[in-house]
Design a protein around this ligand. Sequence first.
Ligand code: FDA
Length: 309
Amino acid sequence: MLSTKTLLLGASRRPALRRVLVGTPVTRRVVERFVAGETLPEALTVVGRLTGEGIEVTLDHLGEDVTDPGEARASRDAYLALLEALAPLDLGPRAEVSVKLSAFGQALPGGEDLSLELVRPVVECAARIGTTVTLDMEESSTVDATLAVLAELRREHPQTGAVLQAALHRTEDDAAALATPGSRVRLVKGAYDEPPSVAHQGRHDVDAAYARCLGVLMRGPGYPMVGSHDPAMLALAQRLAAEHGRAADSWEVQMLHGIRVDEQRRLAAAGTRVRAYVPYGADWYGYLVRRLAERPANLRFFLRALVSR
Ligand code: FDA
């Protein structure tokens, strides 16, 4: 039988469902919980609030799976506008950006070259204003191409961040390869539906893999970014950081905007570096469906909003 996660992630590719959900006012209420707004000024308001509370941010201009080079160039331009707007706020690395290479044309013909050509000016602009870019990770079929672009970018900008998904069988090796001095790696469980040939299927196996990969990153000389809301993984991260004598500024916790907000504040107040992943923009559909798919409580929140209309 297909799981709810498989059904939802499969449905996320169907345009009819997209049209229904995007057009429903109730969806907007749910979206507001997870997305900082549709416009740059709305996102900047959230950035000001969070950084004022001692929480750092990584901003995601929503969009993925572009279908022509013009849309890919528009993604680049949106990120350049975002970085220009961040510059006068003088937040430096406290406000960085996350990009999905599928929004930069990765899946188009010649997509590896195109995505590199379009993301490079974003990385250069970020460096000019004293901040960084992290490359989000998408479906397993894109991991090699994304890591290849990362390697190119890191020649001149070694601070460019990577994301690794613990669910994938390959990730322990990738974590070892990326655990080099100064290397910024966000470890997440993985939000995509992947077959058993490439990924662990059960929660227990994914958690065990996350713990192993976290061990590799925390032991190494890089900069681990612990992307999880899971109390067990967060406690393990604190334990490993202490065990390996890591200074408070040599690793960080990252959580999604709107999720476990009190815990984000508590950790930051207790001296852990915390960064919220803040998505904004009109193209929030794929992001929303992944949040609904990964946690029954998120789906229940959506369904409750529907029936209490
Ligand atoms: P999981 O969903 O397994 O939940 C474990 C436990 O955490 C729960 O039992 C509960 O105790 C707690 N918890 C989780 N959600 C909660 C909530 N809403 N409220 C209260 N408690 C909650 N994925 C990807 O494939 N590519 C990427 O680039 C990224 N990027 C990314 C950035 C950041 C900053 C984060 C935090 C996550 C991602 N992800 C991602 C998503 C990631 O792969 C994963 O799907 C989600 O983080 C959910 O997994 P968790 O580790 O949070 O725990």
